[in-house]
Ligand binder design. Structure first.
Ligand code: ADP
Length: 453
């Protein structure tokens, strides 16, 4: 059998629950009402019969005899007086009950005649002639029962109408509420069939759980699409970066085979090939580092590091490599320690300081400082070089992004350094920010928690 849809299952479930609850409530209300009505009728019956038994024993019995018949029918109660042989002496009965009556003192019983229910009360008494008689009272509870029956019938009809309205209304509401789920399923199906990740559910702004689910789904699709796009760009950028030095090496080799005659010319060619292979080797090692970063296989070898000493060391090294045309000044507070990976933090500092040299101006200045700021260590690398235009400030963190790719050949750069800096900063629970003005210089601020020990 085909499984019922969620909407039908929900509707059937709550309709059945409502039906059971309503029937139980109706049954309880009717039972209690019947009990109250019967109790009220019995009280009336007993009271009227007891009154009658008192009246027949009073001395003014002659006057009483002259009184009209309705005295024997009061408040819906028929009363009659029987002698010891159960012969009717006076009074009225709705039917000929005598054979059915159990003559016993203060006996209350229930009897059914012609499908009508009666309460009967018998009472032994003495009349004014001091003869022992039976006073019998009878009340019909047909009115009470039929009233309860019609109340029950009306309630049942109302209940059925209410249940129908609730079931239809509920079904429509559940159907409407589940529409977005169908949309989510359709979108997921379309994506899996076409692999077009640009599709979105776009339910708009809503507050319920389904809207949250749809928006989360859209965000997830956006992330997957971005990741795949980055992946594609990364592969094509990496191939492009590798193709250039290979092409140069090929050309150099072809030229050398054809035209190089002297050892000097051969040396020049080898030097050019060496430069290109250095570039390739740098690129390959950076690609390797990035792929480890992406796979999250890089394990931080955390240790207590004196960031002040490490920065001094990197500054010394960079000064040596980059010569003296740019002046590097330092303001490094002593013994600022962090808990981090020595290799990665060294790489971060090298990237920032070497960039300051690479994008600095002839005879310009670099200013490096290491300070404490509350519970953080702050490293500041500032230059008065070419600066970065505001519209490019966000992009410099992307892989292979270079504001001016023509500078690549000058410093072997490939636009991977800052993406690595950002990753290293985040891995150390830190942050890296940049402030820059085109033509005026740049300032990179790296912060990470101080080592508490
Ligand atoms: P690259 O290998 O090109 O230096 P990075 O990722 O380190 O790659 O930097 C990305 C780009 O950001 C650089 O190509 C350069 O355009 C810009 N940039 C980085 N540092 C500086 C700086 N100190 N001053 C000006 N521009 C910079």
């Amino acid at each position: 059998m085909k499984k019922l849809s969620v909407k039908l299952r929900v509707t059937i479930w709550y309709t059945v629950v409502m039906l059971v609850i309503s029937l139980l409530t109706l049954f309880a209300v009717l039972s209690v009402s019947e009990e109250i009505l019967i109790k009220d009728a019995s009280e009336r019956l007993v009271e009227t019969t007891e009154n009658m038994s008192r009246m027949i024993s009073e001395p003014r019995r002659d006057d009483f005899n002259k009184m009209p018949g309705p005295r024997f029918f009061d408040k819906g109660v028929h009363t009659a007086v029987y002698d010891q042989n159960h012969e009717l002496m006076e009074g009225s009965m709705p039917f000929d009950f005598v054979d059915e009556i159990d003559f016993a003192d203060k006996e209350l019983s229930t009897k059914r005649f012609n499908d009508e229910k009666f309460l009967i009360y018998t009472k032994s008494a003495y009349n004014n002639k001091n003869e022992q008689v039976w006073v019998v009272g009878v009340i019909s509870v047909a009115n009470e029962t039929s009233m309860l029956y019609s109340v029950g019938k009306t309630n049942l009809c109302l209940m059925i109408v209410t249940l129908l309205v609730a079931a239809i209304g509920g079904y429509l509401i559940v159907k409407k509420a589940l529409l977005p789920v169908n949309k989510i399923a359709e979108t997921a199906k379309e994506i899996s069939e076409s692999t077009d990740l640009s599709q979105r559910i776009c339910l708009g702004d809503g507050k319920d759980e389904i809207y949250t689910l749809a928006n989360t789904f859209d965000e997830m699709l956006q992330k997957i699409e971005n990741t795949l796009e980055n992946e594609k760009n990364f592969t094509s950028d990496a191939s492009h970066e590798l193709r250039t030095p290979i092409a140069v090496i090929e050309t150099e080799c072809e030229y050398a085979i054809e035209y190089v005659n002297t050892i000097e010319e051969a040396k020049e060619t080898f030097a050019s090939i060496k430069r290109q292979s250095d570039k390739m080797s740098k690129l390959v090692s950076e690609l390797l580092a990035i792929s480890r970063m992406d796979k999250n296989t890089v394990q931080l070898n955390r240790e207590n590091i004196n960031l002040s000493e490490l920065t001094e060391f990197v500054c010394d090294e960079q000064e040596e490599i980059n010569g003296s045309s740019i002046k590097l000044s330092r303001d490094i507070d002593e013994d600022i320690c962090v808990n981090g990976d020595r290799l990665l933090l060294t790489r971060l500092l090298i990237n920032l300081i070497s960039n300051a040299y690479a994008y600095g101006k002839e005879n310009g200045n670099i200013f490096v400082s290491v300070k404490k700021d509350g519970k953080k260590a702050l490293v500041n690398v500032k230059d008065d070089g070419i600066g970065i235009a505001e519209e490019n400030l966000e992009k410099i963190w992307e892989r292979f992004y270079q504001v001016d790719p023509s500078r690549t050949s000058e410093n072997n750069s490939m636009g991977l350094g800052l993406s690595m800096v950002k990753w290293i900063a985040e891995k150390h629970d830190g942050k890296i920010n940049v402030k820059s003005r085109l033509g005026e210089g740049s300032e990179f601020i790296f912060e990470m928690p101080l080592d508490n020990d």
